[in-house]
Design a protein around this ligand. Structure first.
Ligand code: AMP
Ligand code: MG
Length: 330
């Protein structure tokens, strides 16, 4: 398949260009587009044949459900019959933004977006290009991250293109994604909000709005978030998470050893390739996937990466990094 490219400024999106992409979605095509979290690979949520093409383009297992993206809060009613009072509060507090809310699926919503589950996951992004695309398409857009299954999610147009060229109808180049890790996924179908995937909206944020909430993620006995059981975020390089950066000393040196750490620890990368996580965990989140891919591009074979503290954005980075490292912590 020949992929068409559109470039537009996220701060002044070109409606004519985005209308072309929206037409493509309406006609059952696949469009990769930027969001504030990562690049997404979108199709019309209500067109099962189009959604099937997402799974094929990514090589995604068919039991891993997709998030439907909407441009206006009321559009949630296309996907669910009932928005719980707490879910409504979360929507008002954090939409548009990096929060995905799981609710009961409405009848008539295709099985394939939910991989057969009786729930549906919904997010309203804040990114201007994403929002304009959804609005012009006039339908919720099902979109997982626009990477080949198993690779780090793309946070730049170049990385999106690398995985999706020839596999999708269109890619919108809207520059870099500001947050850099995927949305927080919270299950609102029970008594208590359960975070199934940590992201930029934290457990504290959810508790501050709902007065309750737990982190279900990795600690749940039976993972409710089907995506959790698969290999994730793995570059070709072997990744090790550094538990105690203060006392870390790279045993291996050379250009093919990379160290991802904060600016304040750059001396820990002496004799290795320093890959900067920036000053804080917001910087780190925005760069993690980029740097894992960059490491491969530079022929780096081993990556050591600082494990952040388990709070705020650090929780989301830890979750992605531990998966990228396949649990290897030093
Ligand atoms: P991605 O689209 O690549 O960001 O992945 C979406 C994540 O949300 C995956 O880990 C899915 O397993 C999870 N997810 C999506 N829909 C549901 C749902 N209805 N119930 C539980 N988890 C979901
Ligand atoms: Mg993904």
């Amino acid at each position: 398949m020949k992929t068409t490219y559109i470039k537009t400024d996220p701060f002044a999106p070109d409606e004519g260009a985005i209308r072309e992409a929206a037409e493509c979605i309406k006609h059952g095509g696949l469009v990769a587009f930027p969001t504030e979290t990562v690049y997404g690979l979108g199709a019309d949520s209500f067109n099962p044949d189009a959604v099937k093409k997402i799974y094929l383009a990514k090589g995604r297992p068919s039991d891993n459900p997709l998030i439907s993206h909407i441009a206006h809060m009321d559009e949630a009613m296309k996907l669910t019959d009932y928005v719980t009072p707490d879910a409504k509060k979360l929507m008002e507090a954090y939409w548009g933004g990096p929060l995905t809310i799981i609710l009961k699926r409405k009848s008539g919503v295709p099985d394939i977006i939910s991989a057969g589950l009786d729930t549906v996951s919904i997010r309203m992004p804040s990114h201007s290009i994403a929002n304009m695309l959804i609005r012009l398409a006039g339908t919720p857009i099902a979109a997982p991250s626009a990477n080949l299954s198993g690779s780090p999610s793309p946070t730049t147009f170049e990385h999106c293109k690398k995985d999706m060229d020839g596999r999708v109808d269109m890619i919108i180049d809207g520059g870099e994604c500001s947050i850099g890790v995927e949305s927080t996924v919270v299950d609102m179908t029970g008594e208590v909000p359960v975070i199934l995937r940590p992201g930029a909206v934290t457990l504290e944020d959810i508790v501050s709005v709902c007065g309750k909430g737990i982190y279900g993620g990795e600690y749940a006995d039976a993972p409710k978030c089907p995506g959790m059981k698969y290999v994730h975020y793995s570059p070709d390089a072997e990744v090790f998470a550094i538990a105690d950066t203060e006392n870390f000393k790279a045993e291996m040196k050379g250009d093919n050893v990379g160290v991802i750490t904060y600016e304040k620890y750059r001396d820990k990368a002496e004799g290795c390739r320093f890959l900067s996580a920036g000053e804080n965990d917001n910087d780190y989140a925005a760069r993690l996937f980029y740097l894992l891919r960059r490491a491969d591009e530079e022929g780096i074979k081993t990556v050591f990466a600082s494990l952040p503290e388990n709070k705020g954005m650090g929780t989301a980075i830890r979750n992605r990094l531990l998966k990228a490292a396949g649990g290897r912590v030093i």
